[in-house]
Ligand binder design. Structure first.
Ligand code: NAD
Length: 246
């Protein structure tokens, strides 16, 4: 069998928002990209719009909280292309409520989508990465890991991502695999849609750079961590938040 000659990346939640920005950035760098997302229609639309790049794009319907679905999808990528070089754990969701109003289901859902998913996806790609002797894992956390009103579930999940990333780095370093995290600030994507104009204005006032972030701002940091040259950077979390964490 002819060996696949492109670097391969998986982007979870790759069909919209930040994930779509990450998908495009990787495509622009010559990667073959498999999107793992719930939204098949959106993935189809992304592939349709990609023109000649479509042959380096795959859209697999995966719920990243399902170990079985992840297993099948990673096998599909390995079979059709090769073992991934890069895993970007980006899929996420919020269900903001004050602790006293938060249901157990709200808690479990947000922890599962934002945190457990990253463990499950990494567990599935790591054996192949170890076998090939290299790999890059980039986990999307959030500046909200510092804590935020109404975000007990989300901030705990995103703080968990920071800790998970550090442990991945420790366990995987000897195999040529790095793991790093990105903590975005407010990025202009559909996840911000529930915010009122007043809330958006308030957030803007807290961003020293004076604008919301764009998916391309996150992609820039992701590409750095994903590059083969970044072999001495591991276990780190970088804020990409226009100075809002300062
Ligand atoms: P988004 O809601 O616009 O997109 C999320 C994508 O993930 C969607 O395509 C959705 O279909 C997919 N997804 C959700 N649950 C899934 C599941 N169970 N299985 C598979 N796919 C699933 O969100 P976004 O703003 O692009 O955020 C992307 C990541 O960045 C998330 O982890 C989010 O927590 C994080 N983040 C976002 C911001 C921001 O301001 N937008 C800030 C900090 C961190």
């Amino acid at each position: 069998k002819k060996t696949f000659d492109k670097r391969v990346a998986i982007v979870t939640g790759g069909a919209q928002g930040i994930g779509l920005g990450l998908t495009h950035a990787l495509l622009d760098q010559g990667y073959a990209v498999a999107m793992f997302d719930l939204n098949q229609d959106e993935m189809n639309a992304v592939i349709e719009r990609a023109g000649a790049d479509a042959e380096r794009l795959m859209g697999l319907k995966v719920d990243v909280t399902s170990a079985a679905q992840i297993r099948d999808a990673v096998a599909r990528v390995a079979h059709q292309w090769k073992t991934p070089d890069v895993l970007v754990n980006n899929a996420g969701a919020t269900r903001d409520k004050r602790i006293v109003k938060m249901s157990e289901e709200d808690w479990d859902f947000v922890i599962d989508v934002n945190l457990k998913s990253q463990f499950l996806c990494a567990r599935e790609v790591i054996p192949g990465m170890i076998e090939q002797g290299h790999g890059r894992i980039v986990n999307i956390s959030s500046r909200a890991w510092l804590g935020g009103f109404g975000q007990a579930n989300y901030s705990a999940a995103k703080g968990g991502v920071v800790s998970l990333t550090r442990t991945m780095a420790i366990e995987l370093a000897k195999h040529g695999i790095t793991a790093n995290a990105i903590a975005p600030g407010a990025i202009d994507t559909p996840i911000l849609a529930p915010l009122s104009a007043e809330q958006r204005g308030k957030i803007m006032g807290t961003i020293p750079v004076g604008r919301l972030g764009q998916p391309a701002d996150i992609a820039h940091a992701m590409l750095m961590f994903a590059s083969p040259e970044a072999s001495y950077i591991t276990g780190q979390t970088i804020y990409v938040c226009g100075g809002r964490s300062l």
